[in-house]
Design a protein around this ligand. Sequence first.
Ligand code: ADP
Length: 409
Amino acid sequence: MSTLGSRPDPAPYARPGGFPVVGVVGGGQLARMMQPPAIALGLRLRVLAEGPDVSAAQVITPAPIGAADDLEALVAFASECDAVTFDHEHVPTAGLRAMAEVTSVQPGADALVHAQDKIVMREKLTELGVPCPRWARVGDRAQIEEFAAQVGWPVVLKTPRGGYDGKGVLVLDSPEDPAWTTADGWFADWAERGPLLAEEHVPFTRELAALVVRSPSGQAAAWPVVETVQRDGVCHEVTAPAPDLDDELAARLTGIALSIAGGLGVTGVLAVEVFEVVRDGRPTVLVNELAMRPHNSGHWTIDGSQTSQFENHLRAVLDLPLGSTAARDPWTVMVNVLGPREIESRHEDLYRSYLHVMAHDPGVKVHLYGKEQRAGRKLGHVTVHGDDLDTVRARARHAAAFIAGEIDE
Ligand code: ADP
């Protein structure tokens, strides 16, 4: 018997001891990093992969192949799982609803839409009274200029759906900005689908993220608020906890994230990415983005916290009690290993870098995702934790830079 109901056994994927089978749609690194805690908890993890060699399909086998918008593949996959969750947010609502007919889907379609569509997200957060950048729906150039007349230039233009790592985000500095060519292309592409999102350009002092997890029965937990640093729209470095963060603001931000999780009915991990800004001489926050799955801003929790975001995500998906989110050390720094832009500086393969990195610093934890090197691609990350922030940061930066071939000693 499964703990979650009386569905038939998902042959040929037997459930030894009746432990539940958790399915993950999407075979990226997030699905891959769910495997170690699944093994520890004795869960069976399955993945619906985009192809045979994707990151998670290398370690979670056998992995059926299916696209995230293939209704038949989704339902066939879901019917073999006791609960289904996600590696990304790109499963269309129809697919989510069809899977929910045959199994438990976490998070559900009604919550997930807020992480899929930035306009729906802005509408809901505004309704909940969550502080956001000023925003508008825009259907053409004239409407952007009208919005800019209220909030000033630059204006940030976003495609509501399908963006990630800064793709689908455009800064327009003025009515003469050459980036208008791209904006015009987006308007043409989106003509049938609806308006784009325009936002004021927030003069933030830094970016922060609040990571929380919530189970279907409503238990919730929060990790310490972190500082994130992006390069070209891609997360580069995360420091936990965020240095010099006002206690009251950290508590308020955690409260905002928990209230979003409750207000939207999120299950599993929710990452709330925010801008820290100074208003009337005091730091405050504006919410930028939501992610309803384990998130890059939470990779530090694997080594740096009592329970990782991946383990707590699985616990939440199965409505199990959540694990402690306390940090192991005063400071943890996670640095992403991004594919080098210069082909000449690449290691022939990343494994070549291990000898140096591991001999140099036995305290560095290396996580690689089994991906081929491509410029700017997230290939892995390293984590270091300890008592002194400057040292911890320098060690993590050194290891990531060496693996990525940016330095050679
Ligand atoms: P994605 O969905 O691709 O992650 P985001 O909406 O998070 O896109 O934007 C990517 C990055 O662009 C943010 O991390 C931030 O650095 C910058 N950005 C986004 N929106 C704004 C804004 N309104 N003002 C200033 N910078 C922004």
